[in-house]
Design a protein around this ligand. Sequence first.
Ligand code: ADP
Ligand code: AMP
Length: 216
Amino acid sequence: MRLVLLGPPGVGKGTQAVRLSKRFDVPHISTGDMFREALAKKTKIGLSAKEYIACGKLVPNEITIGLVRDRLQNPDCAKGFILDGFPRDVAQAEALDEILKTLGVPLDAAVYIDAGPDILVKRISGRRVCEGCGATYHISFSPPPEDGKCQRCGGRIYQRGDDREETVRERLKVYKASTEPVVDYYKGFGILKAVDGEKDANEVLEIIISMIQGRQ
Ligand code: ADP
Ligand code: AMP
């Protein structure tokens, strides 16, 4: 299964990617997580991405596309992958097509998850993330353990710096200008599957699975 998950920040791409990755036994590839891990390790890529992430802008394509190209060549992607947060503009979508052409594999679907602005703001402002494993919680919808430690790995749970109001506004602007055109890009190839992301996370998952298996 080779999937791209598209949609605005906070809509639930990561939440669904984790579940789809388990269901289809393929890796979950989140460029946001890769940048945050690189930053925590203070690698060259992490340090180059730092300022862009902090102000809600896209990390330049010459960094991001290379990162994804290397990751998709890893043997664990032979069975497929769930891409979350990439592509984020049309140039990245075209680069992904090239990478997959070279690997000789097609994309099965681009799943577009959407929700209205009030829901996005509620989800982003309540999001909490584990520093150790990247697990995502929400203060109301999936509350973290009371001791503030991740139930999966025991890591510290924190609020992402770029989930603060000012940066969120910029990220939503960048999404509208750069990422929304990617929805039409995949529509043009006939592989776009749209799902209402306002529903409960379990329901969203089942709808996605039905759609990609051609039952809806
Ligand atoms: P994205 O990866 O698209 O930025 P996330 O998957 O991190 O979004 O979800 C953002 C926040 O919303 C998280 O705190 C997550 O727990 C919560 N969330 C995700 N999907 C749902 C849903 N369907 N209903 C309620 N809360 C959700
Ligand atoms: P995310 O975890 O997907 O919300 O991404 C967090 C931040 O990482 C974004 O606001 C960008 O600064 C950066 N980022 C993640 N994915 C990409 C991408 N495909 N292209 C450029 N920047 C990205």
